[in-house]
Unconditional design. Structure first.
Lengths: 256, 307
């Protein structure tokens, strides 16, 4: 009979695909089992979607309220998962030494970041599906091509992910938690997310349009409200933020 | 001489004005247990983390399985298992999830169910790591270090926080690993355990090697013993030293507690007993024992508390 535990050395890494897939599943599992993360990624966007549609608290212009609110909520969902959630989780995993330990395994830094990105995308698919269902029930009439909407969402995800990694690389875990939440709240209110940039004070409106939140929400509103073709200026702004985030993240990423 | 799985030659590392490693050198023979011992702050963790590729040395040479820990990192990672001094696990994941995940990063990992069973991790269910006890977390970290079937396993204080049963289980597995051909390098503050488990011992202090060798080499010949003398009233060390032969060293540990080392045998014990009787000194303890690793360690690194 052979023992089920054969300790004789048999070193070797699993295939790169298998490593990334396993890490993605781990990231996804810990995100979806974390109550605070779920409140951030699903609870707050859905509550705001319903509240802003039903209660006429903000002047959102002439289009149907739900049609103006929903694109902003989709942008908020991306921001909560790709930026705030990612930055906080990365900060606390690092503080627990989990990233350092992974650095001793065959999982490379690039594979870890790829897996985290994939886990963010899968979470967003769930968010977008739930938000779309609720919005449709509230009378949402989306326009434009789904391809263009997906392009904008992915570009926004790339920008916010890179900025999330950058933030968690620059600050300690507790500071990341505080700053990521503060930025989330500021962008939610003044970053063109729930209040369209053209409804903000003129001086601030231009700044908000250049923020990743404003660019993503404006792009989504342009396509989903009017059915216009892909707004390249919004994509360009998101691309610039992605490059900035990647440069900072690569410079500041630490396993510990 | 067996081939070394790990070689450290004249390693230096400074953090600002603090010298962590000062020309540290040692080697870990293949398929053996090497214990790296030293007081807190001696440089043990710094040395291990340079070997693991987490830190770079200012100067010196490190060969891990014949490779450079940083420039050959990608090739070394599958061959090296690491248990950090603390933490190392995702706080929100369960033990089984993490063990299965880390196993799936390797080509031919250990059977995770059997490994969990062996280390008493099977009953932990879906409890996230942050709610496991300290001992459970350490056992899981140990399992994660060996699940990929590495050639070399580096364990930084693997039994800290473990109960006696868990410690035995970990040491048993360490033994089985070396029997299967795995090289183990570990640090511990438990010198009795090091004495039981280590084949090769490295004692470091102030960032440099103060002793290295097999246990018999360090502890000395069979005849090397220690006589402990405890008296009700303090006695003068010189009085005691006068009655024992040259070659025996008398040291006061504290007033009323003395250690006689060197060529100490039954004759020395008898002389001390006679002297006590003649001088009406009441000896509460007069015991002869084999010299231990702890004696060697304290002789080399001193008995004072480190600042």
């Amino acid at each position: 009979m052979t023992s089920p535990l054969d300790y004789s050395p048999a070193p070797g890494a699993a295939s790169a695909g298998r490593r990334v897939r396993s890490q993605t599943v781990l990231e996804l599992g810990t995100t979806l089992r974390n109550g605070e993360q779920l409140l951030l990624t699903l609870g707050i966007p859905l509550i705001l979607l319903v509240a802003l549609t039903v209660v006429p608290i903000l002047d959102l212009g002439t289009s149907a309220r739900i049609d103006v609110v929903t694109p902003g909520i989709l942008a908020l969902a991306v921001m909560s998962t790709a930026f705030t959630g990612l930055a906080i989780a990365t900060g606390f995993d690092r503080r627990a030494g989990a990233l350092k330990f992974l650095g001793s395994t065959p999982l490379s830094r690039g594979q870890l970041l790829t897996a985290k990105f994939f886990a963010v995308v899968v979470t967003e698919v769930l968010q977008v599906a739930l938000i779309a269902v609720v919005a449709l029930l509230l009378g949402w009439h989306p326009h434009g091509s789904p391809f263009e909407v997906v392009t904008l969402l992915l570009m926004g995800t790339a920008a916010f992910c890179s900025l999330g990694f950058a933030l968690s690389g620059v600050l300690r875990a507790e500071a990341t938690l505080a700053v990521a939440n503060a930025i989330y709240l500021l962008l939610l209110l003044g970053g063109g997310v729930i209040i369209p940039t053209d409804r903000l004070p003129a001086a601030w409106s231009a700044i908000a349009s250049g923020l990743p939140s404003g660019a993503l929400a404006n792009g989504l509103r342009t396509v989903l409200i009017t059915g216009a073709t892909l707004p390249w200026s919004c994509l360009a702004i998101l691309a610039v933020w992605t490059v900035i985030g990647v440069i900072v993240a690569v410079k500041t990423f630490r396993w510990e | 001489m067996t081939e070394s799985a790990l070689e450290v030659v004249q390693l230096c590392k400074r953090y600002g004005s603090v010298t962590a490693l000062n020309e540290l050198s040692f080697a870990a023979p293949a398929a053996k247990v090497t214990a790296v011992l030293g007081p807190n702050g001696a440089g043990k963790t710094t040395a291990l983390e340079i070997c693991e590729g987490f830190r770079t040395a200012d100067s010196g040479v490190v060969r891990v399985l014949g490779r450079h820990p940083r420039s050959d990192a990608a090739a070394l990672r599958p061959r090296l298992g690491v248990m950090l001094q603390s933490g190392g696990m995702h706080p929100g994941a369960s033990a089984a999830t993490l063990l299965d995940h880390v196993a799936s990063l390797y080509a031919t990992p250990l059977n995770t169910a059997a490994l969990s069973e062996r280390l008493g991790l099977s009953g932990l269910g879906r409890t996230p790591v942050r709610r496991l006890s300290g001992g459970e977390q350490r056992r899981l970290a140990f399992a994660l270090a060996i699940v990929g079937r590495p050639e070399l396993v580096v364990l930084d204080e693997p039994t800290t926080g473990l109960d006696p049963q868990a410690r035995l289980a970990v040491w048993d597995v360490v033994r089985e690993l070396t029997q299967a051909g795995v090289t183990i390098v570990l640090t511990t503050h438990l010198l009795e355990e090091a004495e039981r488990v280590a084949d090769h011992v490295v004692i470091i202090d102030g960032g440099t090697t103060v002793a290295e060798g097999t246990l018999p080499e360090l502890i000395g010949a069979e005849s090397a013993s220690v006589l402990t003398v405890r008296t009700r009233e303090p006695i003068a060390v010189n009085d005691l030293a006068a009655v024992v032969p040259t070659g025996v060293t008398v040291r006061e540990v504290s007033p009323g507690h003395y250690l006689l080392t060197g060529e100490v045998g039954p004759d020395v014990t008898a002389r001390v007993a006679t002297w006590c009787t003649e001088h009406s000194v009441v000896a509460s303890e007069l015991s002869l024992r084999q010299r231990s690793l702890e004696d060697v360690f304290l002789d080399l690194t001193g008995r004072e508390l480190r600042p």
